[in-house]
Design a protein around this ligand. Structure first.
Ligand SMILES: NC(=O)c1ccc[n+]([C@@H]2O[C@H](COP(=O)([O-])OP(=O)(O)OC[C@H]3O[C@@H](n4cnc5c(N)ncnc54)[C@H](O)[C@@H]3O)[C@@H](O)[C@H]2O)c1
Length: 351
């Protein structure tokens, strides 16, 4: 076993949904945890959320008072990255953007000792690409938790081209010691779960766009009929549309614009509007005080053809330049350009 012992301090960068959850998991396992976020107050908000979660576990009789208090006391919000200098592992859970993650990894490498593992919770981005900015890319490992991290058992331990087997084994054994079910995999776009899950979201969005059924019906069918724990729209609301859309775009681009992974303008509209799901209080559903209400409105969500008329001025339109033709013979791209939207064209004939 190469597990990190509980004397080791764990750093977490990004105090959003995932960072807070990961900090909670590591602290429950006995580690001291330092959590950092660039957004002022985000670290403190994460501490409050974690305290609330621990209180709930205590109230349900699943956590003793002493362990609740000790776990909460082990987590500290830090305002600068340099405070992570004594961490044995730093787990990054910031925005799903390669260049932002690369910048952070390069900064971290200048702060932490040579032996510190630099882990990333990315859902889809190449570990090899994130690690490419490091002098020691062998210590970069994907440590992909699922949402909510304290509840979901699985952790994908993702190795990039340069990841050393030794560091991947330490991450695997540590995740196991934290009560998780770890699985090794190689870095491919979306790894295992997000790759297989893509059609779950994409086909649901297409069904909606094609007017086949409404949000609540599709969700209910997948849970009550299909046996899934959550329907696709509720799940996207939980994940966060900014995150889910960024992951879809990343996988779409990484697979050379394979139309199977094409992002949806319906979801992009939610992102543009800031209706990011549970974390924003509104997505496909309304989320009020932690409880999910019926879908926001009975009005149809804009479909792929009518969406152009409803986009915010200047919003970017992604469209395939060949297949989307209007009744007058023009493409959707022609129409979008005419009404002043920048257009990103992808070409199905590209090879
Ligand atoms: N949401 C999910 O269901 C889920 C599941 C598994 C993995 N992930 C991955 O985890 C990562 C975070 O997702 P999330 O849902 O927690 O996002 P989130 O939006 O809830 O939180 C991201 C946090 O990172 C902070 N941040 C952004 N840039 C930063 C920087 N340079 N330095 C420090 N902090 C920074 C933001 O202020 C924000 O608080 C993404 O890579 C995502 O793909 C998300």
């Amino acid at each position: 076993m190469t597990v990190l012992n509980t004397e080791a301090t764990v750093g977490v960068v990004g105090a959003g949904a995932m960072g807070a959850g990961i900090a909670q998991v590591a602290a429950l396992a006995g580690h001291r945890v330092k959590i950092h976020d660039t957004f002022a107050g985000a670290g403190e908000k994460a501490l409050a959320r974690i305290a609330g979660n621990l209180d709930k576990e205590f109230a349900k009789g699943r956590l003793e008072k002493q362990k609740r208090d000790a776990t909460g006391a082990r987590i500290e919000a830090v305002s600068s990255l340099s405070a992570l200098a004594d961490c044995a592992i730093v787990i990054e859970a910031i925005v799903e953007d390669l260049h932002v993650k690369q910048r952070l990894f390069a900064e971290l490498e200048a702060i932490v000792p040579d032996t510190t593992i630099l882990a990333t919770n990315t859902s889809s981005i190449s570990i090899s690409a994130i690690a490419s900015v490091l002098k020691r890319p062998d210590r970069a490992v994907g440590m992909h938790f699922f949402n909510p991290a304290p509840v979901m058992k699985l952790v994908e331990v993702v190795s990039g081209a340069a990841t050393s087997a030794r560091y991947a084994a330490t991450v695997f054994d540590t995740a196991t010691a934290w009560g998780k079910t770890a699985v090794h995999c190689r870095s491919t776009p979306g790894f295992i779960v997000n790759r297989i899950a893509r059609p779950y979201y994409a086909e649901a969005l297409r069904l909606l766009e094609e007017g086949c059924a409404d949000i609540a019906t599709i969700d209910a069918l997948m849970t009550d009929g299909g046996g899934f724990r959550m329907g696709p729209f509720r799940l996207m609301d939980l994940i966060g549309h900014d995150v889910n859309y960024a992951v879809t775009r990343s996988i779409f681009e990484a697979y050379y614009f394979d139309p199977r992974y094409r992002p949806s303008n319906v979801q992009k509209e939610l992102v543009d509007a800031g209706w990011l799901g549970v974390k924003a209080g509104r997505g496909f559903y309304d989320h009020v005080d932690g409880s999910t209400q019926p879908p926001v409105s009975e009005e149809p969500v804009p479909t792929s053809t009518s969406a152009l008329d409803q986009l915010k001025p200047g919003a970017e339109v992604w469209t395939d330049k060949f297949v989307v033709r209007q009744t007058d013979g023009r493409t959707a791209a022609d129409h979008a350009l005419e009404v002043g939207h920048p257009v990103a064209l992808y070409d199905l004939c590209m090879n």
